[in-house]
Design a protein around this ligand. Sequence first.
Ligand code: HEM
Length: 429
Amino acid sequence: MFGLSPKGGLAMVTYERRAEVDVDRFVECFDHHDPSFAREGVPHAVYDQLRARCPIAHTDAHGGFWVLSRYADVATVARNDALFQSRHGFTIDPVREEGPTGAPGDYGARPKPLPIELDPPEFFEYRKVLNPLFAPRRMARREADVREITNSVIDEFIGRGHCDLFDDLCAPLPAMVTLRFLGLPEDEWRKWASPVHEDIHSDRAGEARPPVGVDLATMMAVAAQRRAAPRDDWLSALTHATVEDGRLLRDDEVLSMAYVLLAAGVDTTTNALGSALVYLSRNPQARQRLIDQPDILATAIEEMLRVFAPVQGFSRTAAEDTEIDGHAVKAGERVLMLWASANMDEAEFPDAAQVKLDRLPNRHFTFGVGIHRCVGASLARLEMRVVLEEVLRRLPDFEVDEGGLVLQPAVHTIYGFSRIPASFTPASL
Ligand code: HEM
């Protein structure tokens, strides 16, 4: 077992389920798409070794790319957006990209994700459209929505005394919130969220990337309605937003940004919540502390986000020949910035492997760093706080059935669980 035992009364991370996986092999040839990477604790075991032995690694996997595992190197690359660009893709995938066929309604395998795959100066035009949607005051006004949805979701299973925390809570909540805010029907959350989870957590090595499973035609039809008759939702904001010299966003741009909001809003937060709940089930002292000291919840959430970062890493492409800490990187080479590894770097976080619920400062990279830093961080934090508050209030004795816990089938980009069966004292409404 690669694990840490409780020390000084602090709740610790445990990597109990690390199966017999050859971590050295991953250090020699890093491949986050290798099926054996998707085991509990394996990514972190690999990152620990990378930081210790080979912090600026190069792998031949998937056409070759650099792998950065230290906090300082990740920060350097992410902050240098002129030299390390996003336009060539923000993930390193084993699939072949295929463009649009030209048929009506065919947006290609997937719309170009805006603004995540744009670089300055164009990037800022699109990012400024999104910023106001997530402004702290605006988010604060939406807390009532998040709480209402959270409680309606919990109402569905609280009387049973058991549930699957993934299927019954962590998946529906962010999906319903995102759909409500976008202006799409939240009761159809499965239809919208399932293709996103499936897309993110599958590996199709060597195959052409399949078209987006999300119903883009309906999304486009609702956007057209909002263009004609705006409401108070994100699709209305997008269809009336202007860029460049005051022109309205085109339909394809609206669709791209709406799709990014859906995909980014659904899977990440679902997995962050799942990992946090598994941690609290495994660490009753930590859970009790949050019940007794609710004022530390916001700080505790930051710590859980640090240690259980759902997004493992995103990539950039070098615009010209350069070097990273003495390693020559050529123009056109890709660089994977491992946010999840940076978060465990002792140089930035003393006792990095310990979960310290009151850790301060905590400048983690779970939401990235630099100009592309997550625009939805305020919403993710709000959802996590409200869900944890309601879970600790309404099912404080929940216990995850460890035997039934299942990790996502692929965790190359986003790490989390896909089955989290749990039981608790049932309550009537
Ligand atoms: C725990 C939950 C979340 C995590 C861990 C997360 C993580 C990230 C990360 C690491 C980036 C940086 C991308 C880059 O550097 O290339 C990012 C960007 C982004 N995120 Fe999130 N995210 C979360 C929740 C959300 C939510 C709830 C939304 C909106 C509904 C959202 C929307 C976006 C968008 C639109 C971008 C692109 C920003 C840009 O390119 O300027 N995210 N996110």
